[in-house]
Design a protein around this ligand. Structure first.
Ligand code: BES
Ligand code: MN
Length: 443
């Protein structure tokens, strides 16, 4: 691998492009500008498309009639690096250790999308052109639900007319194991705020006579699930399609022990989840309700005898076929309202949603993707579903009428969204080979 590839990867990683926090807005623009320069320098016509949020980077080669057109999608925004104290090295100062690059965004998604860019660069250097027409669309809002991208797709629907999307923003089930993902879970978000007294109160003077909003919130959150890990919201599973035997069998034959892997990677004392399913089935094919954040009351050092005025929690639900986000939010609201303890009020706000996705890995394009994966990694391809979500993928289908080939390069221990996120150079190089192979196969 040429030495400057690593330098360019580091430059890309040094931008703290955290999309959820407006404090970083200028950093996202700088990061997008860097991409525009990079893509322009390899000969692609590139533009920065402003949005109400973070800008979209859009590049294309010279399109020729009669060739397939491929949309390569990725994102340059990253998740917040917090909690900072759990990182072994600063999140936006990339370092290489034992063949792994450590930084926020190394895997999700900068390493993966940059490997595609470098694959395109190499092909152009070697052949003067690509074998297909290409659109590269790299957005800055994936980690906040791709708010502006559907508008961009709609506005540029004709210009973006293409045959298929290629996305490397999913997982590889094990090292050196090429993986085609044919399913994603959906996601939908809400925030609950529980209010008790109009101000924080002395817990000795008032405690016992007024409801404590933190207690009320804890009671609500505790009845989101039953003791066996099933979501206890009435109607939650009504549309869930049962996992079919052929798929369970296929997953059991994959060259990984999901339960063991998750125990080791997470450090939990034991596995827990919905009864009747193993870990892989729970993650890929079953819906969840997760509490992602909780707050209220005194968070400083020592003790403060207080009854807080408010408490809040942030929730997301992962969705599977055929669940609908708006319906799940309504069911959840009804469940929370019905069970709201006395003496407090509750406000619920809903956040972003993205639908689940299922495609056929054996379609003509799916088979082309499998050939490319085999070529790039010289191993049999694992066909999997994923627990994570990429909301825009179902919009590609709805707005552009295309299917998406999900060819991930993230390893199970890449620590996406966690401290010490990392990407192995092996996969960076594999991604470059994959890009070349897939454009060839799709041609
Ligand atoms: N790359 C992930 C999605 C992913 C991870 C898919 C692992 C499959 C396996 C993506 O960047 C991501 O984190 N998406 C968010 C979407 C949400 C913020 C709308 C997610 O899944 O939480
Ligand atoms: Mn992510």
């Amino acid at each position: 691998m040429p030495q400057n590839y690593l330098g360019e990867f580091y430059s890309f990683l040094r931008f703290p492009s955290v999309s959820t926090d407006d404090e970083y807005k200028a950093n996202l623009v700088e990061c997008a500008d860097w991409l525009v320069n990079k893509l322009g320098s390899i000969g692609l016509a590139t533009q920065l498309v402003p949005t109400r949020g973070h800008p979209i980077v859009w590049a294309r080669n010279k399109h020729q009639p009669g060739r397939r057109t491929v949309l390569i999608y990725g994102h340059y925004d990253v998740q917040p690096p917090d909690p900072l104290e759990l990182w072994d090295s600063p999140p936006f100062e990339p370092v290489l250790k034992d063949g792994y690059v450590f930084a926020r965004g190394a895997t999700d998604n900068k390493g993966q999308i940059l490997s595609h860019i470098l694959g395109i660069q190499e092909t152009i250097e070697q052949n003067g052109d690509l074998p297909v027409n290409v659109h590269l669309v790299i957005e800055g809002e994936e980690e906040v639900g791709s708010v502006s991208l559907p508008g961009f797709l709609n506005e540029n629907r004709d210009a973006l007319k293409c045959d298929v999307a290629v996305v490397s923003d999913t997982g590889m089930i094990a090292r050196q194991t090429p993986t085609l993902s044919y399913g994603l879970r959906g996601v939908t978000a809400m925030e609950i705020k529980v209010t008790g007294p109009k101000m924080d109160l002395h817990s000795g003077v008032f405690g016992g006579a007024v409801a404590n909003p933190i207690t009320a919130l804890a009671q609500l959150l505790a009845i989101l699930h039953d003791r066996d890990g099933r979501v206890a919201i009435a109607g939650f599973y009504d549309r869930v399609k049962p996992l079919e035997d052929w798929e369970r069998e296929a997953w059991r034959k994959l060259p990984v022990d999901g339960d063991k892997l998750i125990l080791e990677e997470t450090g939990v004392p034991q596995l827990f989840g919905e009864a009747g399913y193993n870990s892989i089935e729970r993650i890929w094919a079953r819906p969840t309700a997760e509490i992602n954040g909780i707050g209220g009351g005194y968070q400083g050092k020592g003790t403060k005898t207080v009854i807080a005025s408010h408490a809040f929690a942030k929730l997301t639900f992962r969705l599977v076929p055929e669940q609908r986000a708006d319906e799940i939010l309504e069911l959840a609201k009804a469940h929370l309202r019905k069970n709201l303890p006395k003496g407090v009020t509750m406000e619920i706000t809903t956040g972003h949603s993205g639908p689940w996705y299922i495609t056929d890995p054996h379609s003509q394009l799916g088979e082309a993707a499998q050939r490319a994966l085999r070529k790039a990694f010289d191993r049999e391809v694992a066909l999997i579903r994923e627990g994570g979500s990429i909301p825009i993928v179902s919009q590609f289908r709805e707005i552009l009428g295309i299917e998406t080939l999900l060819m991930g390069l993230a390893l199970p221990d890449c620590r996406a969204h966690s401290p010490n996120e990392n990407f192995p150079l092996e996969n960076f190089e594999g991604g470059i080979r994959l890009n070349k192979a897939v454009l060839q196969e799709l041609a």
